[in-house]
Design a protein around this ligand. Structure first.
Ligand code: VGL
Ligand code: ZN
Length: 210
Protein backbone atom coordinates (compact mmCIF):
# COMPACT_ATOMS: atom_id res chain seq x y z
CA UNK A 1 0.00 0.00 0.00
CA UNK A 2 1.15 3.52 -0.80
CA UNK A 3 0.48 6.23 1.74
CA UNK A 4 0.39 9.76 0.43
CA UNK A 5 2.25 12.70 1.89
CA UNK A 6 2.31 16.44 1.54
CA UNK A 7 4.98 16.32 -1.17
CA UNK A 8 2.80 14.20 -3.47
CA UNK A 9 0.78 15.60 -6.35
CA UNK A 10 -1.87 14.00 -8.50
CA UNK A 11 -1.61 15.01 -12.18
CA UNK A 12 -4.87 14.52 -14.06
CA UNK A 13 -3.93 14.43 -17.73
CA UNK A 14 -6.34 15.58 -20.47
CA UNK A 15 -9.66 14.22 -19.18
CA UNK A 16 -11.53 16.22 -21.80
CA UNK A 17 -14.60 15.69 -23.94
CA UNK A 18 -12.47 15.18 -27.06
CA UNK A 19 -10.77 12.11 -25.60
CA UNK A 20 -13.85 10.12 -24.50
CA UNK A 21 -16.31 8.25 -26.73
CA UNK A 22 -18.36 10.86 -28.60
CA UNK A 23 -15.39 13.25 -28.79
CA UNK A 24 -13.18 14.04 -31.77
CA UNK A 25 -10.26 11.79 -30.74
CA UNK A 26 -11.95 9.17 -28.59
CA UNK A 27 -9.82 6.88 -26.46
CA UNK A 28 -11.62 3.52 -26.10
CA UNK A 29 -13.27 3.39 -22.64
CA UNK A 30 -11.76 6.78 -21.85
CA UNK A 31 -14.80 7.75 -19.78
CA UNK A 32 -14.55 4.67 -17.54
CA UNK A 33 -11.59 6.10 -15.62
CA UNK A 34 -13.48 9.14 -14.36
CA UNK A 35 -15.10 7.47 -11.30
CA UNK A 36 -11.69 6.10 -10.32
CA UNK A 37 -10.07 9.54 -10.60
CA UNK A 38 -12.91 11.10 -8.59
CA UNK A 39 -12.39 8.52 -5.87
CA UNK A 40 -8.60 9.03 -5.76
CA UNK A 41 -8.48 12.83 -5.99
CA UNK A 42 -9.74 13.67 -2.47
CA UNK A 43 -6.87 11.60 -1.06
CA UNK A 44 -4.38 14.08 -2.57
CA UNK A 45 -3.86 17.44 -0.98
CA UNK A 46 -2.31 18.67 -4.23
CA UNK A 47 -3.88 18.10 -7.63
CA UNK A 48 -3.01 19.63 -10.99
CA UNK A 49 -4.96 19.18 -14.23
CA UNK A 50 -3.73 19.40 -17.82
CA UNK A 51 -5.80 20.44 -20.81
CA UNK A 52 -4.85 19.84 -24.45
CA UNK A 53 -5.56 23.23 -26.04
CA UNK A 54 -4.92 23.57 -29.77
CA UNK A 55 -5.34 26.40 -32.20
CA UNK A 56 -7.59 25.96 -35.24
CA UNK A 57 -5.47 24.46 -38.03
CA UNK A 58 -2.89 23.17 -35.53
CA UNK A 59 0.19 21.48 -37.01
CA UNK A 60 -0.74 18.18 -35.28
CA UNK A 61 -3.98 17.91 -37.26
CA UNK A 62 -4.04 15.71 -40.37
CA UNK A 63 -6.36 18.32 -41.92
CA UNK A 64 -3.46 20.79 -41.91
CA UNK A 65 -1.41 18.52 -44.21
CA UNK A 66 -2.96 18.01 -47.64
CA UNK A 67 -3.14 14.34 -48.61
CA UNK A 68 -2.60 13.10 -45.06
CA UNK A 69 -5.07 11.10 -43.02
CA UNK A 70 -5.42 10.85 -39.24
CA UNK A 71 -2.96 8.44 -37.59
CA UNK A 72 -0.44 8.82 -40.43
CA UNK A 73 2.80 10.61 -39.63
CA UNK A 74 4.67 13.52 -41.10
CA UNK A 75 8.10 15.02 -40.68
CA UNK A 76 8.26 18.36 -38.88
CA UNK A 77 11.30 20.48 -37.96
CA UNK A 78 11.31 18.89 -34.49
CA UNK A 79 10.87 15.29 -35.68
CA UNK A 80 8.18 12.80 -36.63
CA UNK A 81 4.66 13.90 -35.74
CA UNK A 82 1.63 11.61 -35.59
CA UNK A 83 -1.27 13.37 -37.27
CA UNK A 84 -4.58 13.45 -35.44
CA UNK A 85 -8.17 14.29 -36.21
CA UNK A 86 -8.94 17.94 -35.34
CA UNK A 87 -9.40 17.92 -31.57
CA UNK A 88 -9.27 20.08 -28.45
CA UNK A 89 -9.70 23.36 -30.29
CA UNK A 90 -9.47 26.30 -27.90
CA UNK A 91 -12.83 27.49 -26.62
CA UNK A 92 -14.92 24.63 -28.05
CA UNK A 93 -17.07 22.24 -25.94
CA UNK A 94 -14.87 19.39 -27.27
CA UNK A 95 -11.86 20.92 -25.44
CA UNK A 96 -13.61 21.33 -22.09
CA UNK A 97 -12.71 19.19 -19.11
CA UNK A 98 -15.18 16.32 -18.75
CA UNK A 99 -18.23 17.44 -16.84
CA UNK A 100 -18.19 14.38 -14.56
CA UNK A 101 -14.74 15.19 -13.15
CA UNK A 102 -15.15 16.20 -9.52
CA UNK A 103 -11.91 17.81 -8.35
CA UNK A 104 -12.87 21.17 -6.88
CA UNK A 105 -9.62 21.38 -4.91
CA UNK A 106 -7.36 21.15 -8.00
CA UNK A 107 -4.78 23.93 -7.66
CA UNK A 108 -3.63 24.43 -11.25
CA UNK A 109 -4.94 23.82 -14.74
CA UNK A 110 -2.10 23.87 -17.22
CA UNK A 111 -2.85 24.15 -20.93
CA UNK A 112 -0.54 22.76 -23.57
CA UNK A 113 -0.28 22.44 -27.34
CA UNK A 114 -1.41 26.04 -27.81
CA UNK A 115 1.44 27.03 -30.10
CA UNK A 116 0.24 26.60 -33.72
CA UNK A 117 3.42 24.92 -34.98
CA UNK A 118 4.39 22.72 -32.02
CA UNK A 119 2.51 19.84 -30.40
CA UNK A 120 2.83 19.04 -26.69
CA UNK A 121 1.91 15.62 -25.38
CA UNK A 122 4.00 16.20 -22.28
CA UNK A 123 2.84 18.39 -19.43
CA UNK A 124 6.48 19.46 -18.92
CA UNK A 125 8.12 19.91 -22.33
CA UNK A 126 6.66 20.66 -25.74
CA UNK A 127 7.31 18.39 -28.72
CA UNK A 128 10.28 20.48 -29.85
CA UNK A 129 11.83 19.07 -26.64
CA UNK A 130 13.08 22.58 -25.79
CA UNK A 131 10.16 24.70 -24.69
CA UNK A 132 9.18 24.23 -21.06
CA UNK A 133 5.55 24.53 -19.98
CA UNK A 134 6.56 25.78 -16.54
CA UNK A 135 5.07 22.80 -14.69
CA UNK A 136 8.47 21.52 -13.51
CA UNK A 137 9.28 24.88 -11.99
CA UNK A 138 5.86 25.13 -10.39
CA UNK A 139 6.14 21.74 -8.72
CA UNK A 140 9.71 22.42 -7.56
CA UNK A 141 8.88 25.83 -6.11
CA UNK A 142 6.07 24.24 -4.18
CA UNK A 143 8.24 21.39 -2.85
CA UNK A 144 6.26 18.66 -4.60
CA UNK A 145 8.48 15.69 -5.42
CA UNK A 146 6.33 12.68 -6.28
CA UNK A 147 3.91 12.79 -9.21
CA UNK A 148 1.03 10.32 -9.56
CA UNK A 149 -0.35 10.36 -13.10
CA UNK A 150 -3.85 9.45 -14.28
CA UNK A 151 -5.87 10.32 -17.39
CA UNK A 152 -5.64 10.11 -21.17
CA UNK A 153 -4.06 8.76 -23.17
CA UNK A 154 -1.71 6.28 -21.49
CA UNK A 155 0.59 5.98 -24.51
CA UNK A 156 0.76 9.66 -25.44
CA UNK A 157 0.16 12.44 -22.96
CA UNK A 158 0.37 10.31 -19.81
CA UNK A 159 3.53 8.47 -20.89
CA UNK A 160 5.32 11.56 -22.20
CA UNK A 161 4.46 13.44 -19.02
CA UNK A 162 5.67 10.59 -16.82
CA UNK A 163 8.95 10.27 -18.76
CA UNK A 164 9.58 14.02 -18.56
CA UNK A 165 8.73 14.02 -14.86
CA UNK A 166 11.55 11.52 -14.37
CA UNK A 167 13.92 13.59 -16.53
CA UNK A 168 13.13 16.62 -14.40
CA UNK A 169 14.02 14.69 -11.25
CA UNK A 170 10.59 13.77 -9.89
CA UNK A 171 9.39 10.36 -8.80
CA UNK A 172 6.63 9.28 -11.17
CA UNK A 173 3.91 6.66 -10.74
CA UNK A 174 1.25 5.88 -13.35
CA UNK A 175 -2.02 4.54 -11.95
CA UNK A 176 -2.78 2.04 -14.70
CA UNK A 177 -6.50 1.48 -14.13
CA UNK A 178 -7.02 5.25 -14.08
CA UNK A 179 -5.65 5.55 -17.64
CA UNK A 180 -6.65 4.27 -21.07
CA UNK A 181 -4.55 4.13 -24.24
CA UNK A 182 -4.99 4.87 -27.94
CA UNK A 183 -2.58 2.06 -28.99
CA UNK A 184 -1.75 3.31 -32.48
CA UNK A 185 0.71 0.88 -34.11
CA UNK A 186 1.92 -0.75 -30.88
CA UNK A 187 2.31 2.55 -29.03
CA UNK A 188 0.87 1.23 -25.76
CA UNK A 189 3.38 -1.58 -25.29
CA UNK A 190 6.24 0.72 -26.27
CA UNK A 191 5.07 3.37 -23.82
CA UNK A 192 5.04 0.93 -20.89
CA UNK A 193 8.49 -0.38 -21.86
CA UNK A 194 9.91 3.15 -22.10
CA UNK A 195 8.34 4.12 -18.78
CA UNK A 196 9.62 1.03 -17.03
CA UNK A 197 13.14 1.72 -18.40
CA UNK A 198 12.98 5.26 -17.04
CA UNK A 199 11.96 4.19 -13.55
CA UNK A 200 8.31 5.15 -13.80
CA UNK A 201 6.33 2.93 -11.43
CA UNK A 202 3.22 1.15 -12.70
CA UNK A 203 0.61 0.90 -9.95
CA UNK A 204 -3.14 0.32 -9.57
CA UNK A 205 -5.60 2.59 -7.81
CA UNK A 206 -6.11 -0.11 -5.17
CA UNK A 207 -2.45 0.31 -4.19
CA UNK A 208 -3.14 3.84 -2.92
CA UNK A 209 -4.54 4.27 0.55
CA UNK A 210 -7.49 6.64 0.21
C1 VGL B 1 -3.26 13.35 -26.83
C2 VGL B 1 -2.93 12.82 -29.03
C3 VGL B 1 -3.07 14.15 -29.39
C4 VGL B 1 -3.36 12.86 -25.43
C5 VGL B 1 -3.39 14.68 -27.16
O1 VGL B 1 -3.96 13.56 -24.59
O2 VGL B 1 -2.84 11.76 -25.15
N1 VGL B 1 -3.02 12.43 -27.78
N2 VGL B 1 -3.29 15.07 -28.44
ZN1 ZN C 1 -3.62 17.07 -28.96
Amino acid sequence: MITRGDTDVLAVIDVQNCFVPGGTLPVPEGDTIIPIINRLAPAFRHVIITQDWHTKGHVSFASSHPGKKPFETTSLPYGTQVLWPDHAIQGTPDAELHRDLRIPHAELIIRKGYRPHVDSYSAFLEADRQTKTGLGGYLKERGLTRVFLVGLATDFCVAWSALDARKAGFDALVVEDATRGIDAGGSLGKAWADMSGAGVKRIQSADIRV
